[in-house]
Design a protein around this ligand. Sequence first.
Ligand SMILES: [Zn+2]
Ligand SMILES: [Zn+2]
Length: 248
Amino acid sequence: MNTVQHFQIAADLHTHTVASTHGYSTVTEMAQAARETGVRLLGITDHGPAMPDAPHLWHFHNYKILPHEICGVQMLYGVEANIIDEFGHLDMDEQELSFCEWVIASYHTGCVQFDRTPALVSQGYRMVCENPLVDVIGHPTTVMFPFDDEPVLKCIREAGKLVELNESSLQWKKGALEQARVFYALCKKHEIPIVLNTDAHFAGLVGKTPISEQLLRDLDFPKRLIRNLDPDWVAETALKKRKLLSPH
Ligand SMILES: [Zn+2]
Ligand SMILES: [Zn+2]
């Protein structure tokens, strides 16, 4: 049995390109890699402007020139926006986000200045869930941003947002895997849908999720809760989100 394919994602909806200087591949290279790993829909989600090496806002404004299919892979063009405070504010306003088809909201150290207590981080997550333009809460297992798991998960579910399982965090962020064992067990317990993404900053990492795979197996996590394993959900999402991108 090919264990790597057990949780084969049909969409990788969190990736970065050379538009952020700590990303190392172009859009086309990322799409080629997606095709090679069986990913049908690729989300390009470079960092919002609060990240020190983020692209200029014109990067997002100009998404309209990019094709929705590259190398046979369907494309969505979005952003990983930064949650910049304990009130769930993002570093892009409504008009700027309107240029993006897919919006991840994430906390990053270096992009916030408040005292990161569980109460304040939880409040930030609860408030960002009220933003109708946000699709996904990014990598919530970053130990630098502790929060109250169950109340926040309840808010995420009630708001109809997705919560992310992020391969890159599990691989590179200290303590994230341990925290993830607890967090995704709670997602399973409360039937919270998740999306499994690589957060690849290099083409060779697109579509590959071995650490998450092992974690999901350990938790006996139900496949039906992992939205982007389902090609029908992926096709539906691609069509639905594209409609939001109007000509400017
Ligand atoms: Zn991030
Ligand atoms: Zn990212």
